[in-house]
Design a protein around this ligand. Structure first.
Ligand SMILES: [Zn+2]
Ligand SMILES: [Zn+2]
Length: 240
């Protein structure tokens, strides 16, 4: 089977390929995982700008989306979901779309409800909701989720509670890629990352330690446990 011939991928295995389309903390994160044999796309997190990212690619990248996986409900990870659902309606997608996320993510429930309510009788594809508990199988791809430690930044001096948030391990025929989603450091994170073929690890802050995000030095340490890694979700200071 052929793969799109562009110098494009962040990581290429025998069965899977990965490309981070965009990732900045507080702006957007979207990641493509490509199943080479099936020519399926798994879109992991779907922040703002998703359509601009997708339409800059050959159309198979959006026509072949098999599932959308979200790690948590923060806007920088789900802000593009309504746009994506609308775009797929506009291009008259007929194939079922699977939407995977941890249970209790009210933002996603709200987006899906608004979409379905607004276009109830004119959505040409079936949207299948899967609140992932542990893992699910799609053809030969196993998608496993693991709980991480995350909450909103302190807003107005108010300490916020933890939110439903997961990382994902996507595996095909022994090839494993991992994405931490947004998380602070916790014991046990190491075990998930150990020996995966490719790990995408959030490293939000340059050196600041917080309970709900990793710093770049923490992410680098964790990254060494995987065969290859890339640090994503860096914080970009705002301009004056
Ligand atoms: Zn984020
Ligand atoms: Zn977050």
């Amino acid at each position: 089977m052929t793969s799109p011939q562009i110098d494009f991928w962040d990581w290429e295995g025998k069965h899977l390929k990965v490309r981070v389309l965009y990732s900045k903390a507080g702006l957007a994160t979207q990641i493509l995982v490509f199943d080479i044999e099936e020519q399926h796309i798994y879109l992991v997190d779907v922040g703002d700008g998703i359509l601009r990212d997708l339409v800059s690619l050959p159309k198979m990248f959006y026509e072949n989306i098999q599932a959308v996986l979200c790690t948590h409900g923060h806007f920088d990870h789900v802000g593009g979901l309504f746009s994506l659902l609308g775009f797929l309606r506009m291009i008259n997608r007929s194939k079922e779309l699977l939407l995977i996320f941890p249970s209790g993510v009210t933002e996603i429930e709200g987006i899906v409800t608004a979409f379905q309510k607004s276009y109830s009788d004119s959505i040409p594809y079936k949207l299948k909701i899967h609140e992932i508990e542990k893992e699910t199988q799609i053809n030969q791809v196993t998608i496993a989720s693991f709980p991480v430690q995350h909450r909103g930044s302190i807003i107005g001096g108010k300490e916020l509670p933890n939110i439903p948030s997961v990382g994902y391990i996507i595996e095909k025929q022994g090839e494993k890629i991992l994405y931490t989603g947004d998380t602070g450091y916790f014991e046990g994170l190491k075990e998930f990352i150990e020996d995966v073929d490719f790990a995408l690890i959030e490293g939000t802050f340059k050196d600041k330690k917080t309970p709900f995000h990793l710093s770049i030095p923490e992410a680098e340490e964790l990254g060494k446990l995987a065969k290859k890694h890339k640090i994503i979700h860096q914080h970009t200071p705002r301009k004056d």
